[in-house]
Write a protein that binds this ligand. Structure first.
Ligand SMILES: CC(C)(COP(=O)(O)OP(=O)(O)OC[C@H]1O[C@@H](n2cnc3c(N)ncnc32)[C@H](O)[C@@H]1OP(=O)(O)O)[C@@H](O)C(=O)NCCC(=O)NCCS
Length: 161
């Protein structure tokens, strides 16, 4: 079982360790190389997200990942997430997306939730599908349409209301 909780400065150590992982570096926008200072700054302040949570394993209270709401624009909440290698393939990612979807469904200003996922990121696509997200053929076709990294992507959407 997994729960969400707020970030804390004490999370810097395991976040540093997790973000050395090549999959997290490949599929997310974490800085490369990812230094201890990056982890300390993130654990203390986040990285400009509207909201960010730690994904924690209930059995041992170990941090296994991070999930956040990047923006809410015109009712659309855009989310991003990663799960550390030691937490994968046990339901953490899909549980975290489900919990954030439940939380965002209660926000008055949110009408839908999107996740922009690289076309080749099969694990992440399976994760949002499991929660009920579906492909939006009209969504942005890159993972960071306003940024420098233009990766072919699929927009998955969950309609709240
Ligand atoms: C994608 C990621 C979050 C999945 O987390 P997870 O905790 O392993 O996911 P879950 O255990 O909840 O599995 C959810 C679904 O994904 C599938 N899945 C997970 N890892 C997979 C893999 N490597 N290959 C194929 N399918 C995979 C599971 O089988 C499950 O599918 P099902 O519902 O059909 O059984 C994790 O692998 C990760 O952090 N990857 C690197 C960073 C990343 O890609 N972030 C997302 C950027 S858009």
């Amino acid at each position: 079982m997994f729960v969400l909780r707020d970030l804390s400065p004490a999370d810097a150590g395991w976040i540093f360790e997790a973000c050395q992982d090549s999959e997290i570096q490949r599929w997310t926008l974490v800085p490369r190389p990812y230094t201890r200072e990056h982890a300390e700054d993130f654990a203390a302040h986040g990285a400009g997200e509207k909201r960010v949570w730690v994904v924690e394993r209930s059995a041992d209270h170990r941090g296994v990942g991070v999930i956040g709401v990047h923006t809410v624009i015109d009712g659309v909440a855009d989310i991003g997430y990663w799960i550390a290698p030691w937490g994968r393939r046990a339901g953490a990612g899909s549980t975290a997306v489900r919990l954030v979807t439940d939380e965002l469904s209660a926000w008055d200003d949110v009408t839908s939730i999107t996740a922009r996922i690289a076309v080749t990121n099969i694990a992440s696509q399976a994760t949002v599908r499991r929660v009920g997200f579906v492909v939006d053929p009209d969504g942005p076709a890159t993972t960071c349409p306003d940024g420098e990294c233009q990766v072919d992507a699929v927009t998955f959407r969950y309609v709240v209301r």
